[in-house]
Design a protein around this ligand. Structure first.
Ligand SMILES: NC(=O)c1ccc[n+]([C@@H]2O[C@H](COP(=O)([O-])OP(=O)(O)OC[C@H]3O[C@@H](n4cnc5c(N)ncnc54)[C@H](O)[C@@H]3O)[C@@H](O)[C@H]2O)c1
Length: 343
C-alpha cells in the first residue's frame, strides 16, 4: 500500500505491464490454456446465475416495502449528539429527537444559542447539554467525546449537521476560506465518525445521520466549494455504509444521508437567494419538515432521504444528463445564470 508520509522520498515503482501483468492475472501461469478459459467462463456463468437467484428475495423485499413501510425502531433513552445543534436545521433535529425521548448533546461553536436550544430541550423532559466544540478540528472532537461521556454517557446517535453555506467558487475568497469550507463541511464528518463509531461498534448499536445536500448531486457553478464538500459527504457515507457491512455491523450500526434542497434557516442565505433570483423559482422547505422527515426515516433505518421523495429520482439521474441540456433547463427554469458574488 502507498505510504502517505513518504511521498517523494520512497522510490517510485511502476506497475507491471504487458506479459508480466498478464502472468500476474493468470496466477503465475504464462498463458491460459483452452481448458482454463472454459473453466473461467463456466465460473463466471455460475457466479451470474447465483447473483440472479439471490437477487429475487431482495427485489421482493423492496416491493413489499413499497406498500408496507418498515417498522419504526425505539430510540427513547438513547443519547443523540447533533453538530451545529444551536441553530437552523440542527436545532430542529434536536427538538424532533427529544420528542422521541432522546437525550441530546448540542455541539456547536455558538454556545449562546446552543444553551437556549438545550434549555428548550430540557422542557421536553429529556437531558440536554450544550458543549462548545469546533467539529472541523479533530482534537476538539476528541475532547468533545471525553466531556460528553463523563457527563451524559455514550453517544448512540451521531448527527453530522453543522455546515457552512458560502456561495463561493474556486476563484473566489481566500485559499484559507476554501480550506475551511472543506474542513467544516466534509473533514468534520471524518473526525466525528472516527471518534464516535468505535463505541457504537463495541456496543453493536448506533446510527449516524449526515446532512448532505441536493448539491451532492447537482454540480452547479459558483458553488464549487460547497458542491465538492457535499459530493464528498455523499461519497463518504456510501463507502462507510459498505464498510459497516464488511465489518458485520450493518444490522446494528446504521447510516442515513439526507439531501435537502433550500431551507429557511439563515437570513443571509435567503437574502442571497433572493438577490440571485432563485427564491421565486426553487421551493423552500421548512427546517422543521426536513428534521421531522429525517428522524422518521432514521427510525426506519432508511439509508437516503430526499425532499420530496420523488425528487430523489430526478436528482440521482441529473448527473447523467448532457451538460448542454442541464444548462438549457437552468436558463429556462431559473431565468438567469448565477452571478459572481465574491471577490
Ligand atoms: N439551509 C439550506 O438551504 C441547506 C440546504 C441543503 C443542505 N443544508 C445543510 O444543512 C446543514 C444545516 O444547515 P443550516 O441551514 O441549518 O445551517 P445554519 O448556518 O443555520 O446552522 C449551522 C450551525 O452549525 C454551527 N457550526 C458551523 N461551523 C461549526 C463548527 N466548525 N463547529 C461546530 N459548529 C459549527 C453554526 O454555529 C450553526 O449553529 C448544513 O450541513 C448545510 O450544508 C442546508
Amino acid at each position: 500500500m502507498q505510504s502517505i508520509s513518504n511521498i517523494g522520498i520512497d522510490a517510485y515503482e511502476p506497475a507491471p505491464r504487458g506479459e508480466s501483468l498478464r502472468k500476474l492475472q493468470n496466477g503465475g501461469a504464462e498463458r491460459r490454456g483452452t481448458l482454463d478459459k472454459l473453466r473461467y467462463a463456466f465460473a463466471c456463468m455460475m457466479d451470474f446465475s447465483t447473483f440472479l437467484l439471490l437477487l429475487v428475495p431482495i427485489l421482493i423485499g423492496y416491493l413489499i416495502r413499497l406498500f408496507v413501510p418498515a417498522k419504526k425502531k425505539k430510540i427513547a433513552g438513547q443519547l443523540a449528539l447533533v453538530t451545529g445543534g444551536a441553530n437552523g436545521l440542527g436545532r430542529e433535529l434536536c427538538l424532533q429527537l427529544a420528542m422521541k425521548g432522546c437525550h441530546i448533546v448540542v455541539a456547536d461553536l455558538d454556545t449562546t444559542n446552543g444553551e437556549k436550544t438545550a434549555e428548550d430541550l430540557r422542557k421536553l423532559g429529556v437531558k440536554a447539554k450544550c458543549f462548545k466544540a469546533d467539529i472541523s478540528d479533530y482534537d476538539s472532537v476528541v475532547e468533545l467525546k471525553r466531556q460528553v461521556e463523563s457527563s451524559l454517557g455514550n453517544v448512540d446517535i451521531l448527527v453530522n449537521n453543522a455546515g457552512v453555506l458560502p456561495l463561493m467558487s474556486i476563484r473566489e475568497g481566500k485559499p484559507e476560506d476554501l480550506k475551511k469550507v472543506m474542513e467544516i463541511n466534509l473533514l468534520s464528518h471524518f473526525w466525528t465518525i472516527r471518534v464516535f463509531v468505535e463505541g457504537m461498534a463495541f456496543r453493536r448499536k448506533g446510527h449516524i445521520i449526515s446532512i448532505a445536500s441536493a448539491s451532492s448531486y447537482l454540480p452547479v457553478g459558483r458553488l464549487c466549494s460547497y458542491v465538492a464538500s457535499k459530493y464528498g459527504v455523499r461519497g463518504l457515507m456510501e463507502a462507510f455504509n459498505d464498510e459497516l457491512y464488511f465489518d458485520g455491523l450493518h444490522e446494528e450500526v446504521f447510516t442515513t444521508t439526507v439531501y435537502p434542497t433550500f431551507m429557511n434557516t439563515r437570513k443571509d442565505l435567503i437574502n442571497t437567494l433572493n438577490t440571485i433570483n432563485i427564491l421565486k423559482r426553487v421551493p423552500i422547505i421548512s427546517a422543521k419538515t426536513i428534521a421531522r422527515t429525517t428522524v422518521n426515516a432514521m427510525l426506519r433505518n432508511e439509508q437516503h432521504v430526499f425532499f420530496p421523495k420523488w425528487f430523489g429520482f430526478m436528482l440521482t439521474h441529473y448527473e447523467h444528463v448532457p451538460c448542454e441540456i442541464r444548462r438549457l433547463a437552468r436558463r429556462i427554469f431559473l431565468k438567469r445564470e448565477i452571478p459572481k458574488l465574491m471577490k
